[in-house]
Ligand binder design. Structure first.
Ligand SMILES: NC(=O)c1ccc[n+]([C@@H]2O[C@H](COP(=O)([O-])OP(=O)(O)OC[C@H]3O[C@@H](n4cnc5c(N)ncnc54)[C@H](OP(=O)(O)O)[C@@H]3O)[C@@H](O)[C@H]2O)c1
Length: 335
């Protein structure tokens, strides 16, 4: 899959730090960076094999991947990992699969202070660009201020107060951390770009099921929890990694980048999963655009391929077997 990068950048001798390297999106990004000749400094909270073995097995990992133990709340540990890096990909943020009971400790602290720590570490290392992974939840939840029929683009910000009143802490955290990142860039001159992925599906590299894939597995299991028939925006995890590298390597990339190429209603997703034949409900107008990324050369897989490969992967990995007590992640009933 092309990232639109220039040939001169191939076999890069650059070093890049990826925070939360063992997570779902970050693992694919580490794999992509290693395949492109980057040296990668990956931060993880737990250096044990069950969190890092999949990273150590990646091609070129033995020579070019160095893992650092760092909680994003620990500035010194973060600075140690970012030292010597030209690029920083700040990916680490909790994506809770259960209900949040202490928003500050579980979500807002790690998201906002964690982002500022990553940016300060990047400034201290004189990094040339930082890519911050935000989310479409920082774009699309704007029921009052954005004209109903206007396609949402990078100018649209979610309504933080609305999310706070709804106790939608994940979204409050993603809005606040993206705002903080862009403000930090304005104040300090550090080159910061953000990427706002939709719900991410696709095969996993790590051994455990992350929250967004739990969402799909829940659909497949047809469990007891109710879910709203809303329109879901979806992106493939491999296309997300491509987008992150693309905005890092493209000098003219700036500001925010919506990374949400597909959309489908919950009802149609269910049908698609049953038949793997039907696709898009064409009655729905496109509510959000990823044109900014596409203009930089971003190419994406068809939605059907993403869904089919996620289902196939989950089947082979045993994620569809007995999942007693498996619940629909509450996050997806509030965003
Ligand atoms: N998946 C999606 O649908 C989606 C959509 C839009 C945006 N995103 C964003 O993409 C990023 C990665 O999400 P993901 O889906 O790949 O989830 P994930 O697999 O759960 O990854 C989250 C990563 O963050 C790390 N982390 C959490 N709290 C931390 C802390 N205090 N210090 C250091 N590391 C910490 C986790 O480390 P541990 O393994 O130690 O817990 C994990 O590596 C997040 O910023 C998320 O908001 C995800």
């Amino acid at each position: 899959m092309s990232t639109g990068r220039t040939e001169e950048a191939a076999g890069s001798a650059e070093t890049a730090c990826v925070t939360g390297a063992g997570g779902y999106i970050a693992s694919w990004l580490v794999k992509l960076l290693l395949s492109r000749g980057y040296t990668v400094h990956g931060t993880v909270r737990d250096l044990s094999d069950n969190k890092t073995a999949h990273l150590k097995r990646l091609e070129n990992a033995s020579e070019n991947l160095k893992l650092f133990k760092a909680d994003v709340l620990d500035y010194d540990a973060m600075a140690g990992a970012v030292a010597g890096c030209q690029g920083v990909f700040h990916v680490a943020t909790p994506v809770p699969s259960g209900k949040i009971t202490d928003p500050e400790r579980e979500m807002l602290g790690p998201a906002v202070t964690g982002t500022i720590n990553a940016l300060k570490a990047a400034s201290a290392a004189n990094a040339r660009r930082v890519v911050v992974v935000s989310s479409m939840v920082a774009v699309e939840i704007n029921p009052k201020d954005w004209p109903r029929d206007k396609i949402k683009d990078e100018n649209c910000w979610s309504d933080k107060e609305f999310c706070r009143n709804e106790e939608n802490w994940y979204s409050v955290a993603k809005i606040s951390s993206e705002e903080a990142a862009l403000e930090y860039a304005k104040q300090t001159g550090l080159d910061v770009v953000t990427v706002n992925p939709a719900v991410v599906f696709g095969p996993l590299l790590q051994p455990t099921l992350n929250t967004s894939c739990q969402f799909l597995v829940y659909f497949l299991k047809g469990g007891p929890d109710r879910m709203r028939d809303k329109l879901w925006h979806i992106v493939d995890v491999r296309d997300t990694a491509d987008a992150l590298l693309l905005v890092y390597e493209t000098p003219q990339a700036s500001g925010r980048h919506i990374c949400a190429p597909h959309f489908i209603s919950a009802r149609d997703l269910l049908e698609l999963l049953k038949t793997m034949e039907s696709i898009y409900d064409m009655e729905h107008p496109a509510p959000m655009t990823s044109d900014k990324l596409k203009k930089l050369g971003w190419k994406v897989r068809p939605l059907k391929e993403t869904i089919a490969e996620t289902v196939e992967f989950c089947q082979h990995a045993g994620f569809l077997e007995d999942v007693e007590g498996f619940r629909f992640p509450p996050l997806y009933n509030i965003i």
